[in-house]
Write a protein that binds this ligand. Structure first.
Ligand code: BT5
Length: 324
């Protein structure tokens, strides 16, 4: 359901720089012209530049570069994911907010999204560099009716979904590095953090945290990661429309989550393998207590990485940092 503000905005956007009559808007939305004017003022306060052309109407001159609900909604094609959007110009971590909202009962598909994180995090309490207005820093709350042991695969489902979205929007194909990284030219462009709220035998919610470096230049990254990280802009040479990318990610995330829940991991695994840069390679895996070396021969239907050690033994790895 679109709000009045969103309806006005979508009309202005659809007019593509031509004036939209205030009277026509008022008639269609069944509100007074004074109300239309108030909504337009509200949009201007959010950074939209709207020009009033005498006797003709309103022209949208420019759009703020933000990932607000108003900017994302027009691109949405999902039935659940992103239908409830909670937007924060700044926050500590969208994972923390989403966890709190999930506990308070936020519906399936709720999207928590921000411009800037002051305490963005990766796995094992590592920090996630989240420059203002340049990335996609978001968390999606999903509530599938599945057993908790099936939750970790959502990291892999998400990796496929984000890769597809990036490919649609930029034409460039990222590689998936097990378990939670997307790389372009060997550098990290995306990280995924999947967290779980569950009872022994039932998932309450899965919170999928997604960080995509979008419009940063190299200098925007902390010096410590400048040689490891990259952005879509650095790789493709052009700015990416963040709201459109967010909507595409949600579209594929909904699509592949549904496939996973209905048909199991097999179909996702095939896609995942086609994008993987890990399988078939000699790798080093740093686990919490040991480091193993060998050839990554595949992933199981549980998303577990199969590592063949030099003595032939095959070890299943549930979580690790992989060095190629
Ligand atoms: C991850 O952890 O890759 C998961 C990152 C998830 C971030 C999203 S943003 C929205 C949501 N809210 C949050 O607070 N988090 C999620 P991990 O595999 O542990 O990788 C972390 C490592 O990646 C760091 O130790 C750095 O070396 C590197 N790194 C940090 N920031 C980066 C960035 N912006 N781009 C590329 N690499 C980065």
């Amino acid at each position: 359901k679109m709000t009045i503000k969103e309806k006005i905005l979508s009309q202005l956007l659809a007019a593509k720089g031509e004036p939209v009559s205030g009277q026509k808007l008022a008639d269609e939305l069944n509100i007074s012209r004074t109300m239309i004017w108030k909504y337009l003022k509200g949009l201007e306060e959010e950074g939209y530049v709207i020009e009033a052309v005498k006797k003709k109407g309103y022209v949208l001159q420019s759009i703020p570069d933000v990932v607000s609900k108003e900017r994302i909604s027009p691109y949405l094609t999902t039935s659940h994911l992103g239908q409830n959007i909670m937007y924060y110009p700044i926050c500590d971590s969208t994972q923390n907010i989403a966890a709190e909202k999930a506990r308070e009962g936020a519906p399936h598909g709720t999207l928590v999204i921000t411009e800037e994180q002051t305490a963005g995090r990766g796995r094992l309490e590592r920090s996630w560099d989240s420059t203002a207005n340049k990335g996609v820093w978001m968390s999606v709350i999903i509530r599938p009716e599945i057993s908790p042991h099936l939750a970790p695969q959502f990291t892999l489902v998400s990796a496929v979904a984000i890769t597809k979205a990036i490919e649609d929007i930029t034409g460039c194909v990222a590689e998936i590095k097990w378990p939670n990284d997307l790389l372009m030219n060997g550098k990290k462009v995306t990280g995924i953090l999947t967290e779980l709220q569950a009872e022994m035998d039932r998932v309450q919610s899965i919170i999928i945290g997604i960080g995509v470096n979008v419009n940063q230049e190299v200098e925007a990254f902390d010096v410590s990661i400048q040689s490891l990280a990259t952005s879509l802009k650095i790789e493709t040479g052009s700015e990416v429309n963040r709201p459109e990318l967010v909507a595409k990610i949600l579209y594929y995330l909904e699509k592949y989550s549904n496939i996973y829940i209905e048909s199991g991991f097999e179909p996702i695994k095939l896609l995942w393998e086609s994008y993987s840069c890990t399988i078939g390679k000699r790798i080093r895996a740093s686990l919490l207590k040991e480091t193993l070396e060998g050839v990554a021969i595949g992933i199981t239907n549980e998303g577990v990485l199969q590592l063949q050690l030099d003595d032939g033994e095959i070890r299943g790895i549930y979580s690790a940092d992989i060095h190629l």
